[in-house]
Design a protein around this ligand. Structure first.
Ligand code: AMP
Length: 580
């Protein structure tokens, strides 16, 4: 199906084609033909990211064929952010239909200039509930000609306490109008609005009711309360190319976490209601423009954030209202992409995970906070990839080269590499060298959870507990060489004659691997496995400094992207906590 088949006017189709939309999304395909009819009440259960803005925006623009004095379309949404985003989208849809003038009205901004814009004539109003009530009470807006009212993110508006405002607004609009309600979930209050204000609405659900986007992996980690912040840093460090949202529960916590991350060299800023509008705009522009990698936000401030390509949502703390989790996680995996929603819980919060699983109708995966070793390996790999991808400006650098080459004349290629890597990486290694295991047992976790987390074959998981007797080894081959846990186990056991159950945790990284073994076998393993053959490749092994791993599959879903890094720069010390 194409946009031409939906019954939209050619100007509107041309505008969406200019935007690069080739085919309608499922919600658009189902909603648009219905919304083009008059008397078309509608309930759309759809998450952000499904294309719902165009699903209601295109039919609204389609209805406007001449300049309006009073609005024909009214869109009500929970936040200023969303209000501005919808307004921008409508401007794009009405590129070839200039009479579809759209005005945004929202709190925290000069009401008089908004009143002037309305007075000049307007076809579509996009409003937050509080400000719209204000305008109605001041008689600054005439809603008598409204043909369609859109309630966007209705569940959010009710969560935010706009119930009375919505009732007031809906009662102010003409009886003979269409009402289109969009909501990610259908709690009782939203159903009540549908029942009170709509007649026989067409109900369209994208995905099951109350079900979160299947492209999101939901993963939780259990830590002691005091380790929450250190664990957050590890999750960030484990994903060097993260472009993410970190959710906190309060404004204060948001500010504190963002400040701490900033001080430690991470590319992070806070977004919360204590900031002035200008400050919030600045932060949002930085995030949209990718000049920062992490936005630390409260639920309210982050509502309606419509930034594509968010790779991770990190729940530093879960929301008080577990229903809000859906809105948080829905900020990733937009428009068919994949994303991860990571949750940090303390030892008493497992019950919240169970509650959320019921709401989203999806299971969480339990994973362990990555070990220091695994993070260092990931970061090193990412750094190497970045160096390899660095473009050399031959012309500019040419005059310096003879001198540099002379300076390094006494060193072998390997020594030069080691020195460059160490200069960049030593502080990071130092920090993580002192960093212990952050994983905690949770009190009400069902016994099989840990097994579920391990199910992907790498984590033999025996190193938890009796670490004193274990030795950790580094292996020079990894996934890229075709090595897997079984293969590594086979090489070790064949070379040494040891039984496989004496070998503990195995971590296969792309370019190298680690495993744990009994300390008493360490020398034998070192002697016998060094130089062993694995599918034509020579396997080198070394003992690592750390006695053994202490848990740490580290998200365990192998999506390291390499390159980049959430820190502003590796130079000057990567060590989370010890920079500058
Ligand atoms: P929304 O759910 O309205 O926030 O839309 C999510 C994202 O999908 C936005 O970036 C839209 O620009 C994009 N989008 C919406 N409809 C389409 C479409 N038919 N084809 C491609 N992208 C779309």
């Amino acid at each position: 199906m194409t946009f031409n088949d939906l019954g939209l006017r050619s100007q509107v189709v041309k505008a969406v084609t200019d935007m690069g939309f080739e085919q309608p999304t499922p919600i658009q395909e189902q909603a648009i033909p219905h919304l083009l009819k008059s008397n078309s009440d509608f309930v759309g259960l759809a998450q952000t990211g499904t294309g719902k803005t165009a699903a209601f925006g295109l039919p609204l623009v389609h209805r406007i064929t001449s300049s309006q004095r009073f609005p024909k379309g009214l869109i009500i949404c929970p936040t200023r952010e969303l209000c501005l985003q919808i307004t921008n989208d409508l401007k794009d849809y009405s590129k070839y239909e200039k009479s579809a003038k759209t005005v945004a009205v929202y709190g925290g901004s000069d009401i008089r200039s908004q009143m002037r814009s309305i007075k000049d004539g307007v076809a579509i109003i996009v409003a937050t509930p509080g400000r719209l009530c204000d305008l109605i009470k001041r008689k600054a807006i005439n809603l008598a000609e409204v043909e369609a009212v859109v309630l966007d993110e209705a569940d959010e508006m009710l969560n935010m306490g706009f119930k009375e405002d919505l009732d007031f607004i809906l009662n102010e609009t003409p009886k003979e109008k269409s009402t289109w309600l969009f909501s990610a979930t259908m709690p009782k209050d939203v159903a009540r609005i549908a029942k009170t204000y709509m007649t026989d609405p067409l109900e369209v659900s994208i995905g099951n009711k109350n079900e979160a986007n299947v492209n999101i992996d939901h993963i939780y980690f259990a830590v002691k309360e005091r380790d929450r912040y250190a664990a957050l840093k590890r999750l960030i460090d484990f994903n060097p190319k993260i472009f993410g949202l970190v959710f906190c529960r309060t404004r204060r916590e948001t500010q504190q976490v963002a400040e701490k991350l900033g001080k430690e060299g991470y590319s992070a800023e806070a977004l919360h209601g204590d900031l002035s509008q200008a400050q919030r705009d600045r932060v949002m522009n930085m995030f949209r423009g990718r000049s920062i990698q992490l936005l630390v936000a409260t639920d309210v401030a982050a509502r309606g954030i419509d930034v594509d390509d968010i790779t991770h949502v990190i729940n530093y703390n879960l929301p008080d209202e577990v229903e809000n989790y859906t809105h948080r996680s829905g900020r990733t995996a937009r428009a068919g992409r994949k994303g991860e929603s990571l949750v940090l819980i303390n030892t008493r919060e497992k019950y919240k995970i169970n509650q959320i699983e019921k709401i989203i109708n999806q299971k969480f995966t339990f994973a362990e906070i990555p070990t220091a070793e695994v993070i260092c390996a990931v970061q090193l790999e990412s750094m190497i990839e970045k160096v390899k991808d660095t473009k050399v400006n031959e012309k500019e650098i040419a005059p310096f080269i003879p001198h540099i080459v002379e300076d390094f004349a006494d060193l072998s290629k390997e020594e030069v590499i080691k020195k460059f890597v160490s200069a960049e990486f030593n502080r990071f290694l130092d920090y993580y060298n002192k960093a212990g295991d952050l994983n905690a047992k949770v009190s009400d976790r069902p016994g099989d959870d840990r097994e579920r987390g391990r199910g992907k074959g790498r984590d033999r998981g025996r190193s938890r507990g009796g670490d004193e007797n274990k030795q950790r080894f580094f292996v020079s081959l990894g996934e890229k060489d075709g090595l897997n846990p079984g293969g590594l186990l086979r090489v070790i056991c064949d070379a040494t004659g040891l039984k496989s159950d004496t070998i503990g945790r195995i971590d296969i990284m792309p370019a190298f691997s680690f495993f744990d073994a009994e300390k008493s076998d360490a020398d034998k393993i070192l002697k016998d496995v060094k130089g062993a053959d694995f599918e034509g490749k020579t396997m080198n092994i070394e003992k690592t400094e750390n006695k053994s791993s202490k848990g740490g599959r580290g998200g365990g879903h192998g999506n390291r992207r390499g390159g980049g890094g959430a820190r502003k720069s590796h130079r000057g010390g990567g060590g989370g906590g010890r920079r500058r």
